[in-house]
Design a protein around this ligand. Structure first.
Ligand code: CO
Length: 289
């Protein structure tokens, strides 16, 4: 297939928002009916590194229906516990891919690591109408289980999808996602193949890079922290700035092209289905298995 490089069509500056019991986050986008990043619904970056922030408040028990929440930690950890009796700790480099399906109630409590930092991401991925009421499911992957490709100073951690025949451990996700953590040393370049029907975004959280075509003057300079949204093509080309490394999360997913009705932690296809969420919560049948 002919190579066609995706160009940056939009740069998003994440906005600070407060969620949960008072957690300050950088949000690049959240769920909306317009659903511009279909199948992705939300991307949050939590980064607490100021000891003056004091004790970190978390996300006490809350429900989800109709989505998948993906937690990827860089530093510190998140303790989680849910209505099905699952509990555990998501540590540095670990991923939790939680498919809420018809319903789950869980709490997510960040804790500082030895460095004093808590840094991680939460991505929400939509489910197609046919899977919104499926049974909940977890894929928990420890850092050691995530394949890391290192070549000439590149470092690519493949959480989901495939890069150079290395497959990520998270599988059987409706959105057929690619989710990779890429670090480039100064001046290094990489080509990341992506299916051309997928929605593709990259979250540059460290350093500076050029995204888009080969020639520096035609590509888009991007400085952390920004979300780059790509146009059509089958390749994402990135080059780190000559004097700086670049680190970014690349996300690609197959759009479902279905209408959505988001309401807080629920994303369904119709208003009727959102009303049903509240009926189920009231009747105590929300998270029944
Ligand atoms: Co949650």
């Amino acid at each position: 297939m002919a190579e066609s490089i995706r160009q940056v069509k939009q740069l998003i500056e994440p906005q600070f928002v407060i969620e949960g019991a008072g957690v300050l986050l950088r949000r690049s986008f959240g769920p909306s009916r317009a659903n511009p990043f279909d199948p992705f619904l939300l991307f949050d970056h939590f980064a607490f590194n100021d000891p003056l922030e004091g004790p970190i408040k978390g996300f006490p028990t809350h429900p989800h229906r109709g989505i998948e929440t993906v937690t990827y930690m860089l530093e510190g950890n998140v303790r989680h516990r849910d209505s099905l009796g699952n509990m555990g700790v998501i540590g540095p480099g670990d991923v939790q891919w939680m498919t809420s399906g018809r319903g789950i109630l869980h709490e997510e409590m960040p804790r500082r690591g030895p460095s004093g930092n808590v840094i991680g991401f939460q991505l929400w991925v939509n489910l197609p109408a046919a899977q919104k009421m499926s049974p909940p499911r977890y894929q928990e992957v420890t850092a050691a289980e995530i394949p890391v490709l290192e070549e000439g100073g590149h470092q690519i951690r493949v959480v989901a999808g495939e890069y150079q025949e290395i497959k990520g451990p998270v599988t059987e996700i409706a959105a057929q996602p690619v989710y990779v953590d890429v670090t480039l040393q100064p001046g290094q370049k990489i080509d990341l193949p992506v299916p051309d029907s997928h929605t593709v975004v990259a979250y540059l959280f460290e350093g500076k890079g050029y995204f888009g075509s080969q020639a520096e003057e035609d590509s888009q300079a991007v400085e952390a922290v920004k979300l780059a949204v790509f146009g059509d093509g089958n390749l994402v080309r990135v080059q780190a700035a000559a004097d700086h490394h670049a680190r970014f999360m690349l996300m690609a997913g197959a759009p479902f092209q279905e209408p959505i009705v988001p309401y807080g932690p629920f994303v369904m296809n119709t208003e009727e289905e959102i009303r049903q969420v509240f009926i189920d919560l009231r009747n105590g049948t929300f998270a029944q298995t």
